[in-house]
Design a protein around this ligand. Structure first.
Ligand code: TRP
Length: 466
């Protein structure tokens, strides 16, 4: 195979754009909505420590593996895996990693858009001052009223899907690259403003203590698996999003000083992405918990924390209309740069099969939109129609994030660790330190696969034991 990727879809302008785009994919609802509330449920500090360990020991190695497969393959995940299987002289069935990823991306996109669309509605509610002086009962009622209104949710789900697939349709350079260059700096600024504000509230010290004080008595086996799953989801692993982005990553860049070509290392880029993602998750916690403590609200609220409890805090604080609006704009931006990475692998695959980008985006977005309608209805008309794991939404979410993603991660780790020729892997990685390379190899061959098996086993066990 040729050593330079044929830029079918275009390449990122620089290594930094790759880092920004992958961070955009990673930072999303997982960081701002899910991380704070599960940290609240599992008791704070000790859970945070566990989560950090999972990011470092399992997230980073699998992410390195996924980027490596992507850059080596140079195409959409499905075709990349086909190429790599051929090169490694193994069964073309390994292409299944690509198909599996496309399926999970499609499922996740369908409900991710629905949750993101709540944030879109909340931008509007915050701007219009709806939260001012609200009581806890009113806030709960407000959230339930939104969920009970299928037309409202359908409208904002449609808008979010158009925003997402519009960017994908514009392509790697004019769409994805431009979107992350605008939205990511905005996101970091907004987050800093909100943390700055939280630091002025009386509950700040308590919030910081909650996040960083380690109380190991609260830890359980369950917390370990939850932390693992969260580390995995928040880094966008296991479905080919990161593989697709890796395919657009340059192999070499010109050194500005010497003018000579220098290999672009995958490992150091991934460490930066994981660090940024972690900083945003912790930052979201730092911005939210002090507000809860200041308002005497419970940190163990569950999924309603962002949509029920936080508005209460915004309703009570001075400048709450401004900071509340900024907060939900932040959530929308974060979700937007994530959702485009859910759509890109499938669209890239269709483009390789001869479709135009616009047609492919319309097709993928349209289909995910239709499936998303099921998630919209899960909160109102179909609320009582439960099967297996609960509502339609619950089932799609469980199947994709608890089963398909870890399965994808397992196969990716096995392929990079056991199937691919070692010389190829090492060359693609361009790691400077041999010792670090050996550590990565050990983690990706043994540790990561075992961790993924544990996550899947736990999911199946908890599903069957009711
Ligand atoms: N990482 C994103 C978040 O935390 C969600 C996401 C985007 C994702 N692309 C993904 C998750 C691919 C798994 C796989 O919100």
């Amino acid at each position: 195979m040729n050593e330079t990727n044929k830029p079918v879809h275009g390449m990122w302008t620089s290594r930094w754009v790759f880092i920004l785009a992958a961070t955009g994919s990673a930072v999303g609802l997982g960081n701002i909505w899910r991380f704070p509330y599960i940290t609240g449920e599992y008791g704070g500090g000790a859970f945070v420590l566990l989560y950090l360990a999972c990011i470092a020991l399992i997230g980073v190695p699998i992410m390195i593996a996924e980027v490596t497969l992507g850059r080596r393959g140079g195409l959409s995940p499905i075709h990349s895996m086909g190429r790599l299987a051929e090169q490694s002289k193994v069964s073309r069935r390994w292409k299944g990693i690509g198909y599996l990823g496309a399926l999970s991306g499609f499922l996740i996109l369908s409900f991710y858009s629905v949750v993101a669309s709540w944030a879109l509605i909340y931008v509007w509610e915050a701007v219009s001052g709806l939260f001012r002086g609200m009581t806890a009962v009113q806030s709960q009622a407000n959230f339930e009223a939104m969920q009970a209104n299928p037309w409202l949710m359908l409208g904002s789900h449609s808008l979010f899907m158009v925003l997402t697939m519009g960017v994908v349709a514009l392509g790697v350079k004019r769409g994805l690259e431009r979107a992350v260059e605008v939205l990511m700096p905005l996101l970091f600024v907004l987050l800093l403003v909100l943390i700055g504000y939280a630091a002025t509230t009386p509950g700040f010290a308590e919030g910081v203590a909650f996040l960083f004080a380690f109380d190991f008595s609260k830890l359980s086996g369950e917390a370990v698996v939850i932390a693992l799953g969260q580390a995995f989801f928040t880094l966008s692993l296991g479905m080919g999003a990161i593989m697709a982005y890796g395919a657009y990553m340059p192999r070499e860049i010109k050194d500005k000083k010497t003018g000579r070509a220098r290999p672009v290392s995958i490992g150091s880029s991934v460490v930066i992405i994981a660090a940024l993602d972690t900083l945003v998750a912790l930052g979201a916690g730092l911005a939210m918990f002090p507000l809860l403590f200041t308002g005497n609200l419970e940190p163990a609220q569950g999924p309603g924390m962002m949509f029920v409890t936080l508005p209460l805090a915004f309703g009570q604080m001075p400048g709450g209309v401004l900071f509340g609006s900024l907060f939900f704009v932040l959530v929308v931006c974060a979700a937007w740069t994530s959702s485009i990475s859910l759509g890109e692998p499938m669209v890239a695959w269709l483009v390789e099969r001869g479709k135009s980008r616009w047609a492919a985006s319309l097709l993928v977005g349209g289909a995910a939109w239709v499936l998303g309608v099921g998630s919209v209805l899960s909160f109102n008309l179909w609320k009582e129609h439960t099967f297996l794991m609960g509502t339609f939404f619950d089932n799609i979410e469980f199947l994709s994030t608890s089963i398909l993603l870890p399965l994808g991660g397992l196969l990716i780790a096995l392929f990079a660790g056991w199937v691919m020729k070692e010389t190829q892997v090492r060359k693609e990685l361009a790691m400077k330190s041999f010792a670090l390379y050996m550590v990565w190899r050990a983690l990706v061959r043994i540790f990561s696969p075992l961790a993924m098996i544990a996550v899947i086993a736990y999911a199946l066990w908890s599903a069957t034991s009711g």
